[in-house]
Design a protein around this ligand. Sequence first.
Ligand code: HEM
Length: 424
Amino acid sequence: MSLEDVDLTDLDLFAGGFPHDVFTRLRREAPVWWHEPTSHTPDGVGFWVVSRHAEMQAMASDTATFSSERAPDAAGGGTLIEDLPYGFAAGVLLNMMDDPRHHRVRRLVTPAVTPRALGLLEPDLRTRTAAILDAVASRGRCDFLVEVAVELPLQAIAMLMGIPDEDRHDLMAWTNTTLTYDDRELGSRSPASEQAAAAMAAYGTALIDRKRAEGGDDVVATMARGSIEDQKGRAEALSDLELLMFFNLLIAAGSETTRNAIALGMAALIEHPEQWDLLRRDPSVRDSAVEEILRWSSPTLYNRRTATRDVVVAGKRINAGDKVTLWWASANRDEAVFEEPFRFDLRRSPNPHLAFGYRSHFCLGASLARLEIRIMLEELLARFDHLSLDGPIERFRTNKHAGVKHMFVTFEPHVGRSAEFRAQ
Ligand code: HEM
């Protein structure tokens, strides 16, 4: 296939997972590559594709040149290939906002997701994980994605946001419908996606109103009742739209990503039984195992920036206003950084993966995601000797997320060793 035939906006290219063969070639032949628009490309505008770790780190660090918000005075921008309207999504969502406002808003929410704060949630998360796995353990077969991998991140984010447990599946269904493209093309809407977005907005608005009135120590209450400093140092509350967008972002980021890491991590352990055995034998590899699972699964495939000025990167001239996409999933297989990048190695060290992005917008939920993956591994080890994939992994149509839809597994429970794995 010639590079001219590559279309990263054709979602069918991602049907079997991330197209590693295409990106291996891009890293070698065209690390900063201009993607011409195709019939699938939103806005009919081309974009730059950055595939190597080194350029990605440099560009993600230079937020003045590569904006998450927009090019100066542009009507749209944001971190997806398609332009989102400025003042509605771009410039309002935390991850699509530039400093200094981005930094101020981020500071407001950071205390809720520090490793220390999360330490307090750990016992509850472990109890929930045990319940999730115990519910399927005796059956010998389950849809690991739907019944296991979705559940822990969804319950965790609901807990963190003070959302009643019984509402979580509605939120999940709305998020799935708005973020995936099973019934439409990239950048377009369908009646179902419009309806889901409206239902989500109505739910979020009611929740925010309630938290404003009632208070509480969850993230939504903290944001709704807290304030940031404006340019003159005065206290300023977040706008209703900012709060609603933040609510949407947390639900999506908190639930759509970690579940893919858990599912694809499990699939990798099934496909590499010697690594599963290593994990059972040697508890000291658990932390590096979590990092390797993140590198391997790379749940967020890319994020976009917009160039705010003309700049040359890897010999290519990027013009002010150009869209630039950073493909974290490609950086995580960069031969120049990772020895044998296609080897799944739980002992890998160092492991400077970019699964959580880099620098200014580094994932706010990284500690939570790491904790969830580790607890899940420990509770799986405590219950199952052996798991197998039962059929191919099914995926959503998306080029943005790793997008696992269904993953059936069979397993053999074992008896009497649970305590051993948790205590280590
Ligand atoms: C394995 C799981 C996860 C992955 C792979 C992941 C990935 C990412 C990436 C790549 C970014 C950077 C976006 C950019 O640079 O444009 C990001 C930002 C973010 N993530 Fe995550 N994420 C995960 C879990 C979570 C969780 C559990 C939460 C919620 C608690 C969360 C909340 C956020 C937020 C709020 C941002 C925006 C931060 C900012 O702009 O300052 N993420 N995430």
